[in-house]
Design a protein around this ligand. Structure first.
Ligand code: ASN
Ligand code: ZN
Ligand code: CA
Length: 340
């Protein structure tokens, strides 16, 4: 049966009022986006995956009678669904428009998003097995982990899995995590959403610890108390969310340069005193270089030294080996202690 494509109205929790591509007709709409590979958003109603690999619940696809989704209120059952669906739309569009990649597998087929995972579950994750993004509801079940950057981070894990395949431990694991933070930040800026403007912070909207702080800081990763600003021998032995630091820092420095800077009203500081000075290449160039390095040159065991070579090759391809961009890519690596 033919189902018309509708433009629904989503009142999101984190990103204001957004347009959602939905399916159906008056009285019976579904949160299914036939314009983006059939991406659907489902409600797990607090179910969890069987840790022994048995049941992996798909959840129930969200439905609505008037195509106006949620009120945006924290705790409204549809709120997490609206934000997750919006984040998936944006991330799909970003990869398609900026990197000419159509979906995680570049085959036009969407993954899907599950929300309301577990009870006060304070995490979100990508899982190859279900080919899906999954979001917990956070503290009080009212802080779902569904902001633009978190959604784009999780979907990007799917892209990494289907390109370089960076193994999720050691230095390659840190690069895997950084890839998700870097491209999530690129999505957040690209979205140009006035309620969730671009920044070099990860998770600044979800208040995961109820202290108003983001999860990660790309201008100075060590501000979170555990991530590393620069590479050192042995960084592969720490958790991948901390060994991502030097690459996140590289992205900030390559994009914005060293020294104090304000972007979208937020102040950043990556002083030259503790690193070599870096001139900026701009965020769009840095993201294009990272994506090309990821999808063309990195492999499952790429380490920091390899990431430097991969991004330099990508910069040479895109901008030329004698371009200022190429030189500044190398300088940004030197600033985080990754050298030739
Ligand atoms: N939220 C985490 C992440 O995507 C989940 C994990 O540790 N795999 O990195
Ligand atoms: Zn991650
Ligand atoms: Ca952010």
């Amino acid at each position: 049966e033919y189902q018309a494509v509708k433009n629904g109205v989503g009142n999101s929790q984190y990103a204001g009022q957004v347009t959602l591509n939905t399916t159906g007709s008056a009285g019976n709409y579904s949160l299914v986006d036939s314009t983006r590979g059939g991406h659907k958003t489902t409600d797990l109603a607090h179910a969890e995956d069987d840790p022994f690999g048995g049941n992996i619940p798909v959840g129930t696809t969200f439905t609505d009678s008037d195509d106006v989704w949620s009120t945006g209120a924290p705790g409204h059952n549809q709120s997490a669904g609206v934000d997750a669906a919006y984040g998936a739309q944006l991330t799909w569009d970003y990869y398609k428009n900026v990197h000419a990649r159509t979906g995680i597998r570049n085959n036009g087929v969407a993954a899907y998003s599950r929300v309301h995972y577990g009870d006060i579950y304070r995490n979100a994750f990508w899982w190859d097995v279900c080919f899906c993004m999954t979001y917990g509801d956070g503290y009080y079940n009212t802080n779902p982990l569904t902001s633009i950057d978190v959604a784009a981070h999780e979907m990007t894990h799917g892209v990494t899995s289907n390109t370089a395949g960076l193994i999720y431990s050691g230095e390659s694991g840190g690069l895997n995590e950084a890839t998700s933070d870097i491209l999530a930040t690129a999505v957040e800026f690209w979205a140009n959403n006035s309620s969730d403007v671009g920044d070099y912070l990860i998770g600044e909207k979800i208040n995961i610890d109820l202290d108003g702080k983001p999860l990660r800081y790309m201008d100075r990763p060590s501000k979170d108390g555990y991530s590393k600003d620069s590479w050192y021998s042995g960084i592969g032995g720490i958790d991948v969310h901390g060994s991502s630091g030097p690459a996140n820092h590289w992205f900030y420095l390559a994009s914005e340069g060293s020294g104090a800077k304000t972007v979208n009203g937020l102040a950043y500081n990556s002083p030259t005193s503790d690193s070599l000075p870096v001139n900026p290449i701009g965020r769009d160039a840095a993201a294009r270089i990272w994506y090309r390095a990821l999808s063309t040159y990195m492999t499952s065991n790429t380490d920091y030294a390899g990431a430097r070579v991969a991004t330099l090759q990508a910069a040479a391809d895109l901008y030329g080996a004698s371009s200022p961009t190429y030189k500044n890519v190398g300088n940004a690596w030197a600033a985080v202690n990754v050298g030739p």
